[in-house]
Design a protein. Sequence first.
Length: 383
Amino acid sequence: MNAAHAAQVRSPTKQWLLTFERKGWHRMRQTLFRPLRPLERRGVARFPAPVISIAMALVLAACGASVATPVPSQPGATATSGVAPTTVALGATGEPAATFPLTLTDDDGNQVRLAALPQAIVSLTPAATETLYALGAGDRLVGKVEDFAVFPPEAAKVPDVAKFGSVDVERIVALHADLVIAGGNDFNPPAEVARLRTLGIPVLTIYGPNLATTLADIQLIGQAVGRASQGSALVSDLKATFARVQDAVKGLARPRVYYELDASNGYWGPAPDYFGVEMIQLAGGTPLTSGTAGAFQIPEEMIIAFDPEVILLGDAAYGVTLDQVAARGPWASLTAVKTRAIRPVDDVIITRPGPRLGLGLVDLARAIHPGVALATAAPSKAP
């Protein structure tokens, strides 16, 4: 995010809503939606449908690399509490090339029929925008969701047809869209998504609550746009990066990690069912969670009891610093504060469910284990 956009999006919580595409309409969004709306009306910050995006329900065939998946931690965490890792298969690649007409099942269980190869695609989530470009289908993108952290840079020229809480259905119709990729779990307003369908526009809904289903959605988008083999190549590349990170941190101590999403109004971190828990585990950490599914606010006393050995500042882009964290009264007793193990991270690449997750995981592992031997990962892109 550049300085101008950072100035527009003043609250880290607001930007968290922009970048975490998987969460959909969880309690945190219900709590924040009302106070944020006046700012939107005043023009202080216009922001797209929450990029939270925590998401989906495709199950991949058991094959290939495995990753950690969360076991919810309980309220009243102790210094040794966290999330115990287990393993889940990430799924198979090598899907056959799609032929049209084609019918696909999206993450909401809808049967989506595509009469021909889509030529005018609209993306209603930032991750889908990134995925389309990584698949080599960016030249067919005619509209996208507003995104203050747009990537790749060439996507900035694509007109915005949606923002936080709204979709411009009329504009999408005027663009003659023949495929819309929407976010599930109320990431985009369901009534407006339903309206697109009643107008005869195919809508593919994606929503993945974990890494396995996120990879499945990359393949699903690849199939929908006639780039199935490229989707499989992207997934293979990401799985190879995940495995490389796992190997690099194997045998290392797994420090207790508090990943801060926001601290402007209470403390916000991962819910136990949030995919970021898997990311922290893969990167060699033991994550603190709220202990309650779908809840992202963490009581200060739980953080103190957990005694994190590493604090990662997902809100660092909004001015949160090591010294500010150390000055939070009782936080002075925390191991991470005493050892100065408070580190900024790039929240977007770590939390956006798309082709840069490998890059985010490498950066996350380096933040948890500064001495780990890991080469910088390039954003995954299909050949």
